[in-house]
Design a binder for this molecule. Sequence first.
Ligand code: MLT
Length: 394
Amino acid sequence: MITMNTHYAQLENSYLFYHIAQKTNAYLQTHSGTHLYRMGIGDVSQPLCGAVIQALHEAVDDQARKETFHGYMPECGAPFLRERIAAHYAQRGVTLDADEVFASGGASDELGDILDLFDTRSAAMVIEPAYPAYVDANVMAGRHIVHVSSGRENGFLPQPDASLQADILYICSPNNPTGAVFNRAQLQAWVDFANRRGAIILFDAAYEAFIEDETLPHSIFEMDGARTCAIEICSLSKTAGFTGTRMGYTVIPKALERNGMRIHDMWVRNRTTKTNGISYILQKGGAAVFTAQGQEQIHAQIQIYKQNAKTLTNALDRIGLWYCGGKNAPYIWMQCPDGMDSWTFFDFLLQKIQVVGTPGAGFGQCGEGYFRFSTFGDPDETAQAARRLVELFR
Ligand code: MLT
């Protein structure tokens, strides 16, 4: 008889955002016709920008003509996309070979898939509160997980210490869910630690485009020594509204080696075996994000989400609740009022004002007592939700 992957039995019954969707659907079934103000999952509300739409249309037309038609794409990404992304990094002073950039179907897929490269005996570190997919993907593989705590006392930005026994180090900056961002010295400390230990950092840069404070690093490759210890995983979901379109990219330097194996070569081997690449049409759309026009347009959209963040933080200021984030990141991380636990607060907001957020406990034990608001909603909806919050606590 077949033997199943029994590690699945160690998982929570359902994934955080799936569970929230189930709870809100159950609420709607008993309150039909009720409007919900959805600020839970970080799903974008603005459409794809003009430069991307035009590139997608043109790519569809290319596929209609024999002379411009594309069949299979190169598994690791089309040169036109890889070159554009490398040029984008160069503007920030990071030199990459174009073939160090791999096209992907999105950061969440990649964060799980990349684990193929590591032995299941390698321990994975997550900084709690943490994006739950880091934990769940490693639980599925049966890997030991080292939970590093963070909290208000260290600004949700812990530093490595010599006692840390982990091989795969997840670092998300700007952070989901707290919105905290490592400064250069703090991120350098993680890079130095990883190089000393022979660990590999999986740097989740999905929210880098939200950084306002230009002293803060956007890429781990701005740090000295990162090319020998880091992989950077990026997404166009939040940067350019690709949550439903699906595309991202991953940077693996050729200098990254462990056990005499070059990680870049391993990932080429993996992708050429397990995928047939990202579609031509999507890669054309993705490449348009990195044109001057695309950058201007996506940053105009990001400003809409930043205005949402101001709307929500103004409401929290009026109520007098503690929060962080919302400035260099699209998430606001607040303390639940009156010592409420985070799922109780979730139910309270849903029942009283029909506002949906994400309970901090869904990001691990360190998230208990906190609550996350996404700022990716429609501005009018966000303004109404903010008004409802103020009314509720008046
Ligand atoms: C979130 O809400 O944390 C993210 O949108 C989830 C994701 O990107 O998969």
